[in-house]
Design a protein around this ligand. Structure first.
Ligand code: NAP
Length: 326
């Protein structure tokens, strides 16, 4: 069968023939219909993710997909290592699959779970957002950030949502998707800091979702900090999720002492098994239902699996997820 493989960390993956998937106990062979390329897979393959060293090379690529079971049902399923999902066939554990509703297309169903579950958990579980609270989303023009804006407003009833990003057109579109205010990332970091500080004064942030780290996160953290011993206390949970703008930041000690900022992170290793247990039974089914009802939207661009090498490092239009189709 055709499958996406990597031989060496740091090189783009390639599509080539490998032996067919073999049946194994408790698992079923399913025909893959669509597999999205997420940033976590790009980082794993590049060797920059904290789990890259666990890959035994050569390795198949792909963490999840929409696939068709033997009885014809379309399901969303995760990879069963060492198998990958960017291939013609994959093994699935039938008890861990999520049915895909008829009116949700393959590409959207393949692209939604990784970003949608991240956005959901960062708001509900890690961020502990309460109805009416105020949220700042850094990197809101990306797929995950845009879903966080939509879920904050339409699922978790946030009172005020501020979207921060580079792409002006996407920011504009986010005002129709749930953002009450947008802030463009400018070349001048000081201007970004003062725009966030002004928004924090108007509607103090209870939660910051950070998909960027690097300079924008540094400026946001400084914008939250008080420059006054008698500054009013306001608790802000700052949830670190992604690192599109940098792998590290400089953080002055006083930033954390002079405000009620709480630094948290979200990813594999920072979520309890009990919470993960809700992902396939509760969270993804509701995300699919919201997609079917158009309460959530996600943009995708499909490509034949054979084109993986050229698509892998291609810059996608802002907010669009590349999806491979075998
Ligand atoms: N921890 C988790 O569980 C989890 C889950 C999902 C995603 N993530 C992480 O979250 C991050 C975003 O994911 P995504 O799915 O939204 O990715 P995406 O769709 O590729 O979007 C990337 C976002 O980052 C912005 N960006 C890229 N480089 C930037 C820079 N130098 N300065 C400022 N903004 C920059 C992009 O802005 P433009 O729109 O202007 O291009 C866009 O908003 C990634 O690091 C991903 O790995 C983590």
């Amino acid at each position: 069968m055709k499958a996406v493989m990597i031989d060496e960390l740091g090189l783009p993956p390639v599509c080539r023939q490998i032996p067919d998937v073999q049946p194994s106990d408790g698992h079923e062979i399913a025909r893959v219909r669509a597999a999205a390329i997420k940033n976590i897979e790009r980082m794993l393959v590049a060797g920059t993710h904290y789990a890259s060293t666990q890959l035994s090379l050569p390795a198949q690529v792909g963490m999840d997909a929409v696939a068709e079971l033997i009885d014809g049902r379309r399901v969303y399923a995760g990879a069963i290592p060492p198998g990958g999902t960017m291939a013609e066939h994959m093994l699935v554990d039938p008890s861990m699959t999520v049915p895909v509703p008829d009116d949700v297309d393959d590409a959207s169903a393949a692209a939604l779970p990784n970003a949608g579950v991240s956005a959901w958990l960062s708001l509900e579980h890690t961020g502990q957002l309460r109805s009416g609270q105020s949220v700042l989303v850094l990197g809101a023009t990306g797929v995950t950030g845009a879903l966080a804006v939509q879920l904050a407003k339409h699922k978790f009833a946030a009172g005020h949502v501020v979207a921060v990003g580079r792409n002006r057109n996407r920011l504009e579109a986010l005002t129709e998707a749930g953002a009450d205010r947008t802030i463009g990332i400018m070349d001048d970091p000081g201007r970004l800091r003062s725009a966030i500080a002004k928004a924090h004064t108007d509607h103090p942030f209870d939660l910051v979702l950070d998909h960027l780290w690097g300079e924008p996160a540094e400026q946001a953290l400084r914008a939250l900090s008080g420059d006054d011993l008698a500054a009013a206390y306001h608790r802000t949970r700052f949830v670190q999720i992604g690192e599109m703008a940098g792998h590290s930041i400089t953080l002055a000690a006083s930033t954390l002492r002079s405000a009620g900022t709480e630094l948290l992170g979200q990813g594999g290793g920072s979520i309890s098994p009990e919470v993960f247990g809700r992902v396939t039974t509760e969270i993804i089914p509701e995300l699919f239902d919201m997609l079917a009802r158009r309460t959530l939207t996600i943009d995708t661009a499909t490509h034949p699996i054979e084109d993986v090498r050229s698509v892998w490092n291609q810059t996608m239009p802002s907010g669009t997820r590349a999806v491979l189709v075998p």
